[in-house]
Design a protein around this ligand. Structure first.
Ligand SMILES: [Zn+2]
Length: 200
């Protein structure tokens, strides 16, 4: 979840850039796969670094929240712990984040690199009471994992992929009523189709 300083970009142009990097035969394969994968259940492995500073119960609760959000989008998350291999998605937590480093942000991802996510857990734990931290952290994880899965730096006007959550959104997060938009879900599955082709 990046803060008010995020810059959104045109979805079409970013996706076009992704596709232009693929060889022609892979582009043809993606074009064939996309319609079939649009509603298929997808599996994604996410590694949580072993040096995570997050309290165990908070992490388990947050993973459950994120898993539920993705399940509604047709994506099943497999959580692993340790140091990932290959290009699997990897989450690291920061507990001593400098105040002038990405101010206002609770986390950031590298959507074009496609692997690393950093969560500023110290800021999240300060922003909410301990009993509500799993809900907020779960939505932050879902937001950042989605950036990596979609492979583009974009945000939505509503829901989990908003660039900046308002107090009203935070109320929705606590009530677990925030969700992905239809466009978010479509872009997740398009990104997964491209990732599947690239790893073949
Ligand atoms: Zn974001």
């Amino acid at each position: 979840m990046e803060g008010i300083f995020d810059q959104s970009s045109g979805v079409d142009s970013k996706l076009g850039r992704v596709f232009r990097r693929l060889p022609k035969w892979k582009m043809a394969l993606v074009a064939t796969i996309l319609p079939m994968c649009a509603h298929a259940q997808q599996r994604v492995t996410v590694w949580v670094r072993q040096d995570a500073v997050v309290h165990g119960q908070a992490l388990i609760g947050a993973e459950a929240v994120a898993s539920k959000l993705f399940a509604a989008a047709g994506v099943r998350i497999k959580w692993c712990y340790g140091h990932p291999t290959g290009d699997a998605i990897s989450i690291a937590f920061s507990e001593l984040t400098p105040s002038d480093y990405r101010p206002g942000s609770m986390a950031f991802a590298l959507p074009y690199e496609g692997v690393h996510i950093t969560v500023f857990y110290d800021r999240i734990s300060r922003a909410t009471p301990a009993n509500l931290a799993p809900a907020l952290l779960g939505h932050v994880l879902a937001h950042e994992i989605t950036h990596v899965l979609q492979r583009i730096d974009r945000h939505s006007e509503t829901g989990v992929m908003k660039s900046h959550w308002t107090n009203r959104d935070l109320d929705q997060i606590v009530a677990k009523r925030l969700s992905f938009t239809a466009e978010d879900i479509e872009l997740i599955h398009r990104g997964l189709a491209v990732r599947a082709v690239e790893t073949k």
